[in-house]
Ligand binder design. Sequence first.
Ligand code: HEC
Ligand code: HEC
Length: 348
Amino acid sequence: MEIYNNHKRLFGAAIILFIVLTMFAAILPALNAEKNDVPLPGSKALTPDELAGKGIYIREGCIACHTQQVRNVDMDKIWGSRPGIAADYARIKRTDVWRNTAMLMGSERTGPDLTNIGVRQPSQDWLLLHFYNPRSVVAQSIMPAYPWLFEVKEYPFPGDVAVHVPDEYRKGITGQIIATKEAMQLVAYLKSLKQVSLPDGKPTPLFLYGKDSKETGIAQSAASTKAIAAPQLDGAALYTANCSSCHQPNGEGLAGAFPALKGSKVVLDDNPEVQITIIMKGYNGRANEGYGVMPPVGTNNNLKPEEIVAIINHERTSWGNGSKQVTVDDVKKVIAALKPANEIAAKK
Ligand code: HEC
Ligand code: HEC
């Protein structure tokens, strides 16, 4: 055949075939995907600081241990209220002309998934302490420390963010430990990581292999609205999942950062109103004693009254505390009184 004897025709035909196949196999599907995968209406673009924080996340190699993807398998339920979908990643664009898209889904989960960390752990104080030395807040942590994101100053400037590092982790440092701009940007990036809910009316994808959600003591997702049958929830496990990262497993808190619940006036008070309000709305009443801000953990983690009762009664009967136990009705009454304020906060 002529084509085999004429190299121009042979290569010409091969190139045309290659281009046509590339169009069908790669370029048209990519354009189609780009058209379909628009960002969810509730999602926001990263601010310049958050974007800079993402760069630091990449630079420090956080992806070696952390994923940002909720797979649709049952075991991933604790990382988000629904499995991830393509639109969750639609805002992620090329880093720049030279560098490809860094979407950081990750493949290694030595540490927890961070898809929803901005909801699960929005506390700046906690995140900074944890970067400075993860052991200072999570005693058994194997996460590396990032002390180079901090500097020591004898006389901090106004506006400097000081980190209240417990003495045993200060290694003799006498000045104030101040978060650098980079540390604050990394915090901003982590706080921006929130799973966006689907627009009203859109069917929520289900988790595969979904067994009936058993209470495991871990904060249940917003989507699972099933009533809990058994009143016997494990308060200790719920405390570990929701509170002990700050107030510590022994209830003693961390000096200068998180107050003790052991012997706390609020916990020992027979009237649980303040205690429940703090869980649902957060708290910043003791800033003058150097304590940080407590986020509205109960609202963020969608704790149900039954779960709150279990946590509160655990606190009231542990570490030498011996105060009156509360009932589900007590909790429901206080939450009902808080409702309007909560709804306004949720709309913001
Ligand atoms: C060697 C693996 C490793 C690396 C690298 C690593 N982490 Fe972690 N990370 C962990 C482990 C393990 C935990 C769970 C224990 C703990 O809370 O400290 C964790 C916990 C966390 C948590 C708390 C998660 C939660 O659900 O409470 C955050 C936030 C976090 N890491 C952020 C980061 C950031 C940001 C970086 C990069 C600067 C990073 N990690 C690097 C292993 C790692
Ligand atoms: C991210 C860290 C963090 C988490 C998680 C957290 N707290 Fe707090 N909590 C704080 C801080 C900080 C304060 C002090 C706030 C202030 O007064 O400035 C506080 C204060 C309190 C107080 C008041 C104590 C007193 O004597 O003044 C109670 C009670 C309390 N928390 C209960 C809980 C419970 C219950 C949970 C879990 C559902 C929880 N906290 C989860 C950080 C946290």
